[in-house]
Ligand binder design. Structure first.
Ligand SMILES: [Zn+2]
Length: 439
C-alpha cells in the first residue's frame, strides 16, 4: 500500500509542479485553478464533499471534507498551498517546471514549498475516504491559492468570508519535520510560532530647488540615505522567547544562544546562514528594501519613499515596533512620515491534544524521535487560522536524505527537490494523524 500511495503522491506532485502556478504577487498571476482542478479530478469519486472558492478569476481553492459522526469531536484540516514563487532558471541544473523524477528524487519549483505536502495530504485524504474512514471528528483537505503573496485571494479571503466551511480546531500546513540528528536521538522541528510583519513606508521630505546650486540644499535623497544607514545600523535588543529556548535546548545547541547578554556576540561567530536564523529568532529585524525618489537630474528632490521590511517578535505591538523605528531614525524623525501595516506574530500552545497526537505518530514513523517547537521567521497561512481560533502547526516529514542545510537553501532557491521516501513518510504521517486525532 505504501508504495502505491507514494506513486500516487509522486504523480500528483509532478503534475502540480508542471502546472507552474507561479505567484508573482499580481492578482492575475498564480492561475491556481489548474492545480485546483487537478486535485479535484484526483479526489473525485473518493466519496467526499468537494467545494470550490474562486474570489478572483483563476485564483481557485478546493476544499474536501469527510464529515465526522460526532459534532463535539475535533475537526482537523490538512492545508497545502498550490502556488509557488518565481524562479531564475539560470541557477537550476534541471527544468524548474519539468517535474523530473531521477534516482528517487523529484525536481522542480514547489518540491519542498510545499507541493510535496499538498500532494501527500490529498493522497492520504483520498485513501482514507476510499477505504471508508468514518471518523468521529471531521477531516478537511484544503488546497489553497495565493499563499505566496499574503493570502489575499486564498486563506485570508477564506477565513474572512467562508469561515463556517473552514472552521477547524486543528490546522496543519508547512513547514518543519526535517530530521535533526542529536546525541539524544532524532529531533523534528515543528513550527508553532510565526514572527509578525510590520511593513513600513517611510516618506522622507525635502525642499525642491535647482540642482546647479547644490550648496546647503534640503535634499530628500541625502536625508533618505542617512535614514537608511541608521536603520541598517540599528541594533535591537535580544529577546529570548519560550519557543526559542525550547528549540535550543531540544536540539542541544550551545546555551549562549538563550542568554540575552551573550547571544549577539555568539551569533557573530556562527556560520552566516545559521547566524541569520538565530538572529531573526531572537530580534526584531529591519531591512530597508525599496527606495523611490527624485524626478530629474537637475532638480533637488523633495520626496523619497522608502520601504522597510520590519519583522516583529511575538507579543510586540505595532506601537512598540514603530517606536523602535523612530529610535533608529533618531533626530531625523521630524523629517519623515511613517505608515505601516501591522500583521502581528501568531503562536499556538504546545500543551494540546494535537501536539500529543503528532508526538505519538511521529515517534512510530521515525524511531526514537521527538518534536521540538520552533519559530518561522516568515509567515504562512496558519496565521489566519490561528487568529480565527485554530491550533495551527507547520509540519510534514522528510527523510534523512533531505538535510536541514539543503532544505533551508531550497526554499525559494535553486534546484528545489524532494525524495520519494519523504513523500512516503508524510503520507503515512497524515494517515496516522487523522486516525489518532479523529477516530
Ligand atoms: Zn510555502
Amino acid at each position: 500500500m505504501a508504495d502505491d500511495l507514494t506513486d500516487e503522491a509522486t504523480a500528483l506532485l509532478q503534475d502540480l509542479i508542471r502546472n507552474k502556478c507561479v505567484n508573482d504577487g499580481t492578482v492575475g498571476s498564480g492561475d491556481e485553478v489548474r492545480s485546483s482542478d487537478r486535485l479535484t479530478e484526483y479526489l473525485e469519486g473518493c466519496g467526499s464533499d468537494i467545494e470550490h472558492y474562486e474570489p478572483q478569476p483563476g485564483r481557485r481553492s478546493v476544499l474536501a471534507k469527510i464529515e465526522g459522526s460526532d459534532p463535539t469531536a475535533p475537526t482537523l484540516m490538512l492545508m497545502g498551498h498550490t502556488d509557488v514563487v518565481p524562479v531564475n532558471p539560470e541557477g537550476w541544473t534541471r527544468d524548474p517546471f519539468g517535474g523530473e523524477l531521477d534516482d528517487g528524487m523529484i525536481w522542480g519549483r514547489g518540491a519542498v514549498d510545499m507541493l510535496n505536502l499538498t500532494s501527500t495530504m490529498a493522497v492520504a485524504f483520498s485513501h482514507l475516504a476510499r477505504s471508508g474512514f468514518r471518523p468521529r471528528g471531521t477531516l478537511l483537505f484544503l488546497g489553497v491559492a495565493d499563499e505566496e503573496a499574503l493570502g489575499t485571494w486564498g486563506a485570508k479571503y477564506l477565513v474572512e468570508h467562508e469561515l463556517d466551511a473552514m472552521r477547524s480546531d486543528y490546522v496543519i500546513t508547512e513547514s518543519g519535520g526535517y530530521q535533526v540528528p542529536t546525541p539524544a536521538g532524532v529531533r523534528l522541528p515543528i513550527m508553532v510560532e510565526e514572527k509578525g510583519t510590520f511593513w513600513s513606508n517611510i516618506t522622507v521630505h525635502g525642499t525642491p530647488s535647482h540642482a546647479s546650486q547644490a550648496y546647503r540644499t534640503d535634499n530628500a535623497l541625502v536625508t533618505a540615505a542617512e535614514v537608511v544607514r541608521r536603520i541598517a545600523e540599528y541594533r535591537p535588543e535580544a529577546q529570548i522567547g519560550d519557543t526559542w529556548r525550547r528549540y535550543v535546548e531540544g536540539l542541544g545547541l550551545p546555551p549562549e544562544l538563550t542568554d540575552p547578554d551573550q547571544v549577539d556576540e555568539f551569533i557573530a561567530d556562527l556560520p552566516l546562514a545559521l547566524g541569520r536564523i538565530a538572529h531573526s529568532c531572537t530580534h526584531t529585524t529591519m531591512a530597508p528594501t525599496v527606495a523611490h525618489g527624485g524626478t530629474k537630474t537637475n532638480i533637488i528632490p523633495d520626496r523619497v519613499d522608502l520601504q522597510v521590511d520590519v519583522r516583529t517578535m511575538p507579543g510586540q505591538s505595532g506601537e512598540a515596533a514603530r517606536d523602535m523605528l523612530l529610535e533608529a531614525i533618531g533626530d531625523l524623525a521630524d523629517r519623515v512620515d511613517i505608515t505601516s501595516n501591522d500583521d502581528p506574530a501568531t503562536a499556538s500552545p504546545t500543551d494540546t491534544p494535537l501536539w500529543d497526537s503528532l508526538s505519538r505518530v511521529t515517534a512510530k514513523l521515525c524511531e526514537g524521535s521527538a518534536l521540538v517547537p520552533t519559530i518561522m521567521t516568515g509567515g504562512t497561512d496558519n496565521r489566519f487560522f490561528r487568529r480565527a481560533g485554530s491550533i495551527g502547526y507547520g509540519f510534514g516529514l522528510f527523510s534523512r536524505r533531505i538535510r536541514f542545510e539543503d532544505y533551508a537553501k531550497m526554499f525559494h532557491g535553486h534546484d528545489e527537490r524532494v525524495d520519494q521516501e519523504s513523500l512516503n513518510l508524510s503520507t503515512q504521517l497524515w494517515l496516522a494523524l487523522a486516525e489518532d486525532v479523529l477516530a
